[in-house]
Ligand binder design. Structure first.
Ligand code: PEP
Ligand code: MN
Length: 337
């Protein structure tokens, strides 16, 4: 349930409610708005407790949350959440650009890409060190060596790094090297992993599972937030449909609907959504027009020799074109890079 405190509720009154809820075995999460405090109480539904709390001093009203996701819902937190990573702020007036190769391959590849995307206006460098490949025979990533390379390149360019973590046991390790942890589509419902990145308390980029409903996606965010890590950015990366001409189908409705249901920032990944580099710009424009707070795009100095996802990777000139091509949409949406 959600406890909406009155505008003039004192800190003591808020604390008293929190104590009462904790004593009843509820997990209590506080959302401090500009105008008022909202408390989210997570636990078994209890009509008696609901009416007891409703009668306590400083409470304006108590409402049961009907949606299964609570902390991620707009009911709990009406204002948009802003997630800061390095110089970037997701969820505000900025459209955050994340770019880089699918997989980190070598120093030259990563450093040249980082320099180029930074010059074009990207704020975060992406690059997988632990790659969740469909085939065990495909390149699995440079692992710890890749993390070290990304750390060096980040130090040299001033970009923040987002990289995927695939196992709960590696969260601590990856968090030492990256400023944001990516949960990939294939791991969206790896609940032990979600809890572990929640405990790590660093920003998380949560990709939508390829066959996950919007509700399941927000429930995955809920797992992270239930560990008191509210720094979650959602990423729509295309879902499986009957269509085979594109790798996936970019779900634009999901971007718009998630913005309505949740206060969390949402970005789009037009590279994995389409699997085709020619579609990256039009889909990027469409996603921003639907309300996306940013983009994640795969960029490689020589896509034709990339060890993974070459067909959907942009070369440097194409990335520059993308940055120019989204400008008019950003202007219409009132966003800036
Ligand atoms: C990736 O970002 O390289 C990746 C593997 O993405 P997804 O989990 O969306 O397939
Ligand atoms: Mn990829």
């Amino acid at each position: 349930m959600i406890i909406i405190m009155s505008r003039d509720a004192s800190g003591e009154e808020v604390a008293r409610i929190e104590e009462r809820l904790s004593a009843a075995g509820f997990g209590v999460h506080r959302s401090q708005g500009v105008e008022r405090t909202i408390l989210g109480a997570i636990g078994e539904r209890s009509p008696e407790l609901l009416s007891t709390v409703a009668a306590m001093a400083g409470v304006e009203k108590v409402v049961p949350i009907l949606k299964p996701f609570k902390l991620a819902s707009r009911d709990f937190k009406p204002e948009p959440t802003c997630v800061t990573v390095g110089d970037a702020v997701f969820g505000g007036a900025e459209a955050v650009l994340i770019a880089g190769p699918c997989a980190i391959e070598d120093e030259e590849q990563l450093l040249s890409t980082a320099r180029r995307i930074k010059a074009a206006g990207a704020k975060l460098l992406r690059g997988g060190a632990f790659k969740p490949r469909t085939s065990p025979y495909s390149f699995q990533g440079l692992k710890i060596d890749g993390l070290k390379l990304s750390q060096e390149v980040a130090a040299e360019t001033g970009l923040a790094v987002v990289t995927e973590v695939v196992s709960p046991h590696e969260v601590e390790l990856v968090a030492e090297y990256a400023q944001m942890l990516q949960i990939g589509a294939r791991n969206m419902q790896n609940f032990a992993l979600l809890q572990e990145v929640g405990k790590a308390k660093i920003p998380v980029l949560l990709k939508r599972g390829m066959a996950a409903t919007i509700e399941e996606w927000l429930m995955a965010a809920e797992y992270i937030m239930n560990e008191d890590n509210y720094q979650v950015v959602l990423c729509e990366r295309g879902i499986r449909t009957f269509e085979t001409a594109t790798r996936n189908t970019l779900d634009l409705s999901a971007i718009a609907l998630v913005k309505e249901w949740s206060h969390l920032p949402v970005i789009a990944d037009p590279s994995h959504a389409s699997g085709r580099r020619n579609l990256v710009l039009p889909l990027a424009r469409a996603a921003l027009a639907a309300g996306a707070d940013g983009l994640m795009v795969e960029v490689h100095p020589h896509p034709e020799t990339a060890l993974s996802d070459g067909p959907q990777s942009l070369n440097f000139a194409e990335f520059d074109e993308l940055m120019q091509g989204i400008e008019p949409i950003l202007a219409v949406m009132g966003k800036h890079l």
